[in-house]
Design a protein around this ligand. Structure first.
Ligand code: R5P
Length: 309
């Protein structure tokens, strides 16, 4: 990757994404700034970016953070970093947030609810973010609608599915619901594979998920289930179970953001999934069951494509 002019760009790490920020800084040859942070006795956050090691203010300040774990604290920290960066930057402030919390509440499902995702995006913008780069956002349309600056959603389902091919033979790329169909289609078309989806119902009040069988041609086939988020693991476990009940040979999961709440991992393994392929959009350790794709390459390339330094 071509290196950038060091004085043009500064990378600022948030607490949840230090390694990702460091890798991006290394790949671009940009300085990684130190951040002094503390929590006041009453629980309020304080941050100060050490711009002292730069002779001039950077044209672009790039704040890298991700909004899980501790999404509410991480969000406040990100807003404070963005504002501090904005006050110092001569041209544009960029937020790189691979996982954006609250993204699933992207419309009114029930009367009286907020559109939480709109609130999150408008706060990022008002804190100072001119540009927002994220990864496999739940609703790309809502991102464009609610972020009033320049936004990029990096698609990665093709990278995840490609990584699954070493475990599977000519798999069907399967979305666990219609909402994930674009992800499955994108990967399948890029890799010349077949794709399909399941019909999912979620009870908006209890949160309970059920899957109704669609015409699946999964018998004797390998399956890679593609989704954006694994939270409790319920959706993936049900989808995997459904595939295996219908005669699938093998199931691997390719999901971008692994929150893995509670016993999600156990649920997924017990459902018969052989491997989970995911990204480091949320800090996660590799194990014999989990393969992690590092996002720093694709994020660095995208950043370099959209900024001019
Ligand atoms: C929902 O529409 C998302 O794309 C995921 O399928 C969902 O958030 C997964 O949640 P859980 O793991 O709790 O079933």
């Amino acid at each position: 990757m071509a290196k950038i002019d060091r004085s043009s760009l500064a990378i600022i790490p948030g607490s949840n994404a230090f390694n990702l920020a460091k890798n991006i800084a290394e790949k671009l040859g940009a300085p990684l700034l130190d951040v002094y942070r503390k929590i006041f006795p009453d629980g309020e956050h304080y941050v100060r970016i050490d711009y002292g090691k730069l002779i001039v203010s950077p044209k672009y300040s790039v704040v890298v953070n991700t909004l899980y774990p501790k999404q509410n604290d991480a969000f406040i920290e990100t807003l404070l970093l963005l504002n501090a960066a904005y006050l110092e930057t001569s041209m544009k402030t960029v937020a790189i947030i691979p996982y954006i919390a609250y993204s699933r509440q992207d419309k009114l499902f029930l009367r009286g609810e907020p559109v939480s995702f709109e609130v999150i995006l408008s706060c990022l913008r008002s804190a100072g973010a001119d540009m927002l780069l994220t990864v496999d956002i739940h609703s790309p349309i809502a991102l464009k609608r609610y972020f009033k600056g320049f936004s990029i959603n990096i698609l990665v389902s093709d990278l995840l599915v490609k990584a699954s091919l070493k475990y599977l033979d000519n798999p069907v790329v399967l979305a666990p619901d219609k909402g994930a169909l674009n992800r499955a289609r994108y990967a399948a078309l890029k890799l010349d594979l077949e794709f399909d989806y399941l019909i999912k119902h979620r009870d908006r009040v209890t949160g309970e998920v059920s899957l109704e069988p669609k015409e699946l041609s999964v018998k004797d086939r390998d399956i890679v289930i593609v989704d954006d988020i694994i939270s409790t693991g319920g959706t993936i476990a049900l989808a995997a179970q459904k595939c295996l009940e219908n005669g699938a040979r093998k199931v691997v999961v390719a999901a971008t953001h692994s929150l893995l709440i509670g016993n999600a991992l156990e649920k997924i393994r017990n459902a018969g999934v052989e491997k989970l392929i995911t990204t480091n959009s949320i800090p996660i350790e590799e194990t014999d069951f989990i393969e992690v794709i590092d996002l720093s390459d694709i994020i660095s390339s995208e950043l370099q494509r959209v900024i001019h330094v």
